[in-house]
Design a protein around this ligand. Structure first.
Ligand SMILES: N[C@@H](CCC(=O)N[C@@H](CS)C(=O)NCC(=O)O)C(=O)O
Ligand SMILES: [Fe+2]
Length: 357
């Protein structure tokens, strides 16, 4: 029973989202999802063949909007928030000591007020990993100057609820502003410059009173939205393409399936980006496909019909994925990659022009 674990990053807010899942039952959870990354994270869940059971918030974030509601709308996941967070619209209001189970694994909630009242790190059942949210960062801590921030409470929370975990327990923070990814209990106990080593509660209060950080840029939008679990103010313009049932991959490519393309060959422009000898070679080609080898694509944009969506194809779907990136950068909006290229096209018995058997 292996734990599937991914640390995902949102560059805009320096937020970490954690995916944890049970390899046997294929059930997973996301801790601190980000609104702008919902499409990416949903793609990863799909590619790993995982069912999202819960999105879990460590607290009401001030710097980004949670993706909880959008995930719920997309796949029916249930929203958990800390009971003391003040957020409404969740499915589960988590209290101290409560367990959240996914497959054969379990996370236990640990209440740690200080950054906000409702801060709730989660500890994995075997004590090897904890997700600290903004309570404890790597060689740092969450700020205590807004929401219900309280430096004394935070010092006590970290010492009693985090430093009491096993020494080797790996700690995964809600953010890191330097690109660091993980730390451990013993490391932070010894080296945290705000509250580790011999530093006292009064030392910590003095440190925090003089942090003088600018407020997060998104705060005015993020806090009210997160108090409603990330329900968007206005109907969301998702930017989802509507000309075909496209699939977004974790690699960042929009893909179309062979069966759809075969039925809609007349409505799109099929662009084959293989070399000429492949185009006339044994794999054959898609009826009506236009040949522009990938290396020459940027010199031939004018030959493409802007009024029709473009589906790019190659042998196995790699070069054509790159072609879709090039076309998007050049301003073509309705562009997709043929999933699996000619190899899959043939496996699925779609119509081939030329080629062998
Ligand atoms: N500059 C960041 C703000 C960063 C920030 O305030 N982060 C909060 C987390 S919600 C924090 O507690 N930071 C502690 C620190 O940076 O020491 C932004 O605009 O989003
Ligand atoms: Fe925060």
């Amino acid at each position: 029973m292996t734990l599937i674990f991914r640390q995902l990053f949102d560059l805009q807010s320096s937020t970490y989202t954690y995916l944890l899942a049970c390899s046997e039952r294929r059930e997973g959870i996301l801790i601190d999802s980000v609104f702008e990354q919902v499409r990416r994270d949903a793609a990863l869940m799909r590619e790993l063949d995982l069912h999202l059971l819960y999105t879990m918030e460590t607290h009401v974030h001030a710097d980004h909007v949670t993706g909880a509601t959008m995930h719920k709308r997309g796949c029916g996941s249930r929203i958990t928030v800390p009971a003391l967070s003040g957020a409404s619209g969740a499915d589960i209001y988590v209290t101290d000591g409560q367990s959240i189970t996914f497959g054969r694994h379990r996370l236990e909630a640990r209440c740690t007020p200080g950054h906000t009242n409702g801060c709730m790190p989660y500890v994995l059942d075997d004590g090897t990993m904890a997700f600290t949210g903004d309570c404890l960062l790597i060689r740092g801590t969450g700020r205590t100057d807004f929401q219900q921030g309280d430096a004394r409470a935070l010092y006590r929370s970290v010492h009693s609820r985090i430093f009491s975990l096993p020494d080797e327990c790996l700690l995964y923070p809600g953010h890191d502003y330097r690109g660091l990814t993980a730390t451990s209990v013993t490391e932070e106990e010894r080296f945290n410059p705000r509250l580790g080593g011999a530093l006292s509660e009064d030392d910590f209060v003095g440190y925090m009173q003089n942090l003088k950080l600018a407020h997060p840029k998104q705060m005015a939008v993020a806090v009210p939205a997160n108090l409603k679990c990330g329900v968007p103010e206005a109907p969301v313009q998702t930017g989802e393409p509507d000309w075909a049932p496209l699939n977004y991959t974790f690699a960042g490519v929009w893909e179309v399936q062979p069966a759809w393309l075969e039925e809609h060959l007349g409505n799109v422009q099929v662009l084959d980006v293989r070399e000429p000898e492949e185009f006339s070679g044994p794999l054959g080609r898609i009826p009506g496909a236009m040949l522009i080898p990938l290396g020459q694509l940027s010199e031939h944009f004018r030959e493409l019909d802007k009024s029709k969506p473009i589906v790019a194809v190659c042998r196995a779907g790699g070069r054509s994925a790159q072609a879709t990136n090039i076309l998007r950068q050049a301003g073509f909006e309705r562009v997709a990659n043929l999933s699996g290229g000619m190899l899959r096209w043939r496996t699925e018995c779609c119509t081939v022009q030329g080629g062998q058997g």
